[in-house]
Design a protein around this ligand. Structure first.
Ligand SMILES: [Zn+2]
Length: 270
């Protein structure tokens, strides 16, 4: 028996589809790269009796506090570019079971052999970190923005301090939109627990954008559009930096004093 989702969840799905198109158009979502989760617990009302009709699929290592939480997540092997026109094949809605040993998948996943993203345990760790800190962010988005990744390969811009200075120095909005800068996670194996744990530490330091060295970016936002915008703003700064370098010169950049002045004028309120 199909479950009818609320208007608010359909709106979330529409936004995710829209962002999927942006990521594809930007060239940040080759093949099935990237994944996304949204905590939609506040928008889901499903009775235990109905939920029971959807068998529990096991998932290891969850803390009891996950029980009953509901998430919209991308599927393993699905493409960001397909979400807008095939949302129920590329996405699913799941609720963690009462004993937190598995999840009920009760919407979407309409594809042969569908499974939620293989990064689900990592997403849940990050979602839990956001929730425990009282953050307003509900969306965790991972993608591969070209120019930002390129900067992690250059010794002059690799590392948190050097990367943020290079980006902030390119255009005032980089400091205004991402005032705490991008959190830096040194290279870790894709989909590893180490990568997830280092990312959680960066989120705990209140970074909303986290760079995975030589891999990609993870951003959080109140909605998918906000998470995308933060990455887009910082990737624009990365493009400017590389454009300047292509002339064979080193960009002048805003001075540290000018960046600090922007920081004081536009200090984050949270
Ligand atoms: Zn990736």
């Amino acid at each position: 028996m199909p479950i009818t989702l609320s208007k608010s969840v359909h709106q979330v799905i529409r936004e995710v589809g829209e962002v999927g198109q942006y990521l594809w158009q930007k060239g940040w979502a080759e093949k099935n790269a990237g994944n996304l989760s949204v905590d939609i617990t506040d928008h889901i009302a499903i009775t235990p009796a109905k939920l029971k009709k959807f068998p529990v699929k096991p998932i290891a290592g969850l803390l009891p506090e996950f029980a009953g939480r509901s998430y919209l997540v991308t599927g393993t092997g699905t493409r960001y570019r397909d979400i807008q026109n095939h949302s129920s094949e590329c996405l699913c809605v799941l609720q963690i079971s009462g004993d937190a040993k598995g999840f009920h998948l009760f919407w979407g996943g309409k594809r042969e052999g569908f499974k939620p993203t293989s990064e689900l345990p990592s997403h849940l760790l990050m979602q839990n970190s956001l929730r425990k800190s009282g953050a307003k962010e509900k969306v965790v988005l991972h993608t591969h923005p070209n120019e930002l990744i390129a900067l992690t390969h250059l010794s002059e811009t690799a590392g948190e301090e050097k990367l943020n200075y290079a980006l902030w120095s390119m255009i005032p909005e980089a400091k205004i939109y991402v005032p705490r800068g991008i959190g830096w996670v040194p290279y870790r194996l894709t989909a590893s627990q180490e990568l997830a744990k280092e990312t959680v530490k960066a989120l705990e330091r209140k970074h909303k954008v986290v760079m995975w060295e030589k891999h990609g970016v993870l951003a959080v936002g109140k909605d998918a559009i906000e998470a995308f915008d933060l990455i887009d703003a910082m990737n624009k700064a990365a493009i400017l930096y590389l454009l300047c370098k292509q002339t064979g010169q080193t960009p002048q950049g805003l001075s540290r004093e000018q960046i600090d002045e922007i920081g004081r004028m536009f200090a984050p309120k949270d």
